[in-house]
Design a protein. Sequence first.
Length: 231
Amino acid sequence: MYKRIGILGGMSPESTVEYYQYITRSYTERFGDYGYPEILIYSVSFQPYVDWPERDRWDLVAQGLSDAAQKLEDAGADFIIIATNTMHLVFEQVQANVSIPMLSLLDAVGEAIVAQGMDTVGLLGTKFAMEKGFYQDALASKGIKVLVPDAADRDYVNDVIYNELVVGQSRHESRVRFVSIIQDLAARGAQGVILGCTEIPLLVSEADAGLPAFDTTAIHAEAALNYALAP
């Protein structure tokens, strides 16, 4: 039997759906049947995870996600993934509160960048992902430098994520601006760009970006599927 996957989702619903679809469809594409691993999804109410970071109450974020992770463990998950970039800021605290493994998105993304032979990448994500330093710290341990947009562009990216992408909107004007921001990062030395919010790939593709793009949803979901299938 394959390992049972626990997805800690709801942040936002759009990205949670993408994880589920990627895992199930990727399995079927590989093997030609529908025998994919069992998946448990615990979808939190998103509003607190919008409010608490704005108040810098990451202690409440950690406690809320730990409670949710414990529910997945109690329900029979063999391992857990947090289906969002930003909440990996409290990954270690959540892992400390469950006895089953958790697979880090940051580790998976770092390994994907190393595999491409890159040492400098741009990062687009929420303002917390771009400014709190946890992404930079995690990738620095793998010898990777992370560049972020300037303050005005960080605000723009954050606003698009929370006001458009998490509610399923994809606007042409936003795509054009995102591509411009990515091109600025490339001019500063970025060899690739991390689409560091699980909703961003819904707006911008690698073809749009004009340089290698690391789709964190696909990378993390692929890692989860591989882990579930491993003996």
